[in-house]
Design a protein around this ligand. Structure first.
Ligand SMILES: N[C@@H](CCC(=O)N[C@@H](CS)C(=O)NCC(=O)O)C(=O)O
Length: 216
């Protein structure tokens, strides 16, 4: 299977972690925003990452791909079968992909992607507003919702944890760290999820990439 995407995308990061947790082999083909790569454009009708080519089956959107892979490779289950647990898992996937990624995206895109990758100015006022107004509300909700189990749903890792933690990495790339005194549950949960073997090597790689980009 080919995965098209960039390791700094929160949606790609979520998918790479999911693939790692499933123990699935894949080839990552690096593409950037607006990439003309014909294989990527064929797999992603809207030109968004991630997209896959699984032996000729083309599919875009991290959640669509993850649901496809969960059906094809049910073990280990990362989307619970229990109705309530499944509903909550989809909720957290949605939280990560929409509100949290949108907030982190305003910060990451305008401060780093626009100036460093696209060669144009970002909207720094939008980034500052996202950090000052949106981020604290999202973190307060997340802090209040992390159960004692240390996992967002049930007592083991699910897609919920991978999806909700992924945008936090983009926030960190912007120099914003989670204050463990204010957000002790987020600090412990994110540390545990981000240090899993399915995530840690990718994050180390993107941190090296970010250090070079920011220095250049
Ligand atoms: N809902 C999609 C969102 C994908 C997405 O927006 N990816 C961004 C990168 S983080 C992208 O490719 N943007 C390029 C564009 O919008 O043209 C998913 O979960 O895969």
């Amino acid at each position: 299977m080919i995965v098209y995407g960039s390791i700094v995308s929160p949606f790609v990061r979520k998918l790479l972690a999911f693939l790692g947790e499933k123990g699935l082999d894949f080839e990552l083909k690096g593409v950037g925003i607006g990439d003309p790569d014909p294989g990527f454009r064929a797999a992603s009708p809207l030109g968004k990452m991630p997209a896959i080519d699984d032996d000729g089956f083309l599919l875009a959107d991290s959640s669509a791909i993850i649901h496809y892979l969960e059906a094809k490779y049910p073990e280990p289950a990362l989307i619970p079968a229990d109705p309530e647990a499944r509903g909550r898992t989809v909720w957290w996937d949605e939280f990560g992909d929409t509100v949290f990624a949108a907030c982190g995206g305003k910060m990451f895109f305008n401060r780093i992607v626009a100036p460093k990758f696209l060669g144009r100015e970002g909207d720094l006022a939008a980034a500052a507003e996202a950090e000052a107004e949106e981020l604290p509300k999202l973190l307060a909700y997340l802090e209040s919702a992390i159960p004692a189990s240390g996992y967002l749903v049930g007592d083991r890792l699910t897609l919920a944890d991978l999806a909700a933690v992924s945008p936090l990495v983009n926030v960190r790339h912007c120099g914003v760290t989670i204050d463990a005194a204010t957000y002790p549950k987020i600090a412990a949960w994110s540390e545990a999820i981000l240090s899993r073997p399915s995530m840690a090597p990718w994050i180390a790689k993107e941190e090296r990439m970010m250090a070079k980009v920011l220095a250049g």
